[in-house]
Design a binder for this molecule. Sequence first.
Ligand code: Q46
Ligand code: ZN
Ligand code: ZN
Length: 306
Amino acid sequence: MKCKTCGQKATVNLRQHRLGLCTDHFLEWMLTQTARFIKKYRMFGPDEKVLVAVSGGKDSLSLWDILTRLGYQADGLYLGLGIGDEQNPYSAESHRLAQQFADQRGLKLQVVDIRETHGQTIPQLAESVHRGQGRPCSVCGVAKRHEMNRIARDLGYDVLATGHNLDDEAAVLFGNTLGWQADLLPRQAPVLAGHDGLARKVKPLCRFYEKDMAAYAILRGIEYIYEECPFSVGSTSIYYKELLNRLESDRPGAKLAFYVKFLEARSVGLFAAQQAEVSQPLFTCPTCGQPTAHEGQCSFCRMVLR
Ligand code: Q46
Ligand code: ZN
Ligand code: ZN
């Protein structure tokens, strides 16, 4: 296969677009496409301060790399979750790689350690909430959302960017569609507007396949953590990703079409009624001052108190 731009041998085959590109043109294509999506979905402008949530993985570090190459003012945020042990020091290693990425490029990384700030690691918090039953992912999700919003607000960032790729988004959409989760479907979008103390959230990589993000990170020489979080093993979202990849291998582009057609339906108001419910005004948590959907303490404060 040849590069569509220069005719040299292609190193990356983007089957979903029927497009082959050499290394240089692939890296350039990733930049122009990201810039296009930022503009198309009105994510942020050139003068806004972006906080990129980095986990040490390929997606978030590549996102940070792309945004700085595009000239945006982008700092990183690393949340120390306290996951792993001596055999698999997942959090320690992901922190090391995120810090190394920042140091090598002279970028600013904000670091928040959940245990130092709130007294317990995510597995410890989950233990007290679930009493040893199930994964800590729901607790982890609440904590991450809370802390990311807190830091973005306290440190004066305009927007919070996460490295969710198309495989992540398609798996969430697949799960929500299987269960016809009318309350969750309208919440999925490349941009969630900020309101009532909630930071604006954006996903600039939401139209790139996971395998293309891995290619970008490798071709850019980004050192990232290969291991997934140990708690993700056997998760439903990984199962959905595998199902969608089976569909994709028979019908290249099916995964992309599933997500993009959902966004189109959303933009013409298919979920307008549910969207109106979702954007109802929020309450303020009396403990942390952050927005919450219900009166009284937010889920994070209730969790920490427990
Ligand atoms: S980090 Fe947290 Fe994930 Fe690990 S504990 Fe679950 S939610 S799997 S993205
Ligand atoms: Zn080329
Ligand atoms: Zn609170």
